[in-house]
Design a protein around this ligand. Sequence first.
Ligand code: MN
Ligand code: MN
Length: 285
Amino acid sequence: MMEKHEKAGEILKQLRDEVVKLVKPGVKMLEVAEFVENRIAELGAEPAFPCNISLNEDAAHCTPSKNDQRVFREGDLVKIDIGAHVDGFIADTALTVNLGDHDELVECAELALKRAIEVIEPGITTSEIGEQIESVAKEFGFRPVYNLTGHGFMPYVAHAPPTIYNYRVEKGVKVEEGMIFAIEPFITSGAGRVSERAETEIYSVISSKPVRMRMAREILSEVEKYRTLPFAKRWLRNPREIIISKLVRDGVLRAYPVLTEIKKEPVSQAEHTVVVEESGARIIT
Ligand code: MN
Ligand code: MN
């Protein structure tokens, strides 16, 4: 089981280096997302969720649509968030590419992640991890995004306990040897909160209750293979908006709308998956 998390992590480690070189002004976002997702499969894993490419004030849950023509532009702050799994055992990582003048935001997220990882040892609580992140953000004069978190994993579940807040909480969870979780500081010059905006490209199946419409059944049989993991609308042969919306309203699919910083200020992100060992945290991505 841990070997499978680690294999997924190895693949992501390699992909981190490859993807950074691709993100340049003029390059299509869709090209990068498809490269990442195909490369994960080529290297022997499966995407744990669609490659997230979130720009500037968008923090998470953006992925290109089918035939998306958008390109990266000079000035963009580009978050790339990648997940892979082997038989449901997930690794999750993210990095920020700065195509503008956002050096401090990027540096801050990376340092917050580094400090958070350094403090980990069996016996501390998750609150101490969050405390590091918040304090680095404040040193830079920024804020962490308070309503986005790191997380543990369960087979085919990308967000499981423990929740790793990006700030000190009253009651953390005790960190124990053998735990695996993702730490992901999001840092912003804005208010430090995200809210949903009206654009959704990512969904997951949350109920197996029977549906009657033929086109809805077709979509559900197509996404069955993702089990409880998120998938992209563009992965569907025939992504019919009306059918998908109905499945969301009926509680069969969960929608993941794009999350954007409430003051429309830029957001950076850094993320690694770590395994807790006797001597401290080992990064597997
Ligand atoms: Mn991630
Ligand atoms: Mn994550």
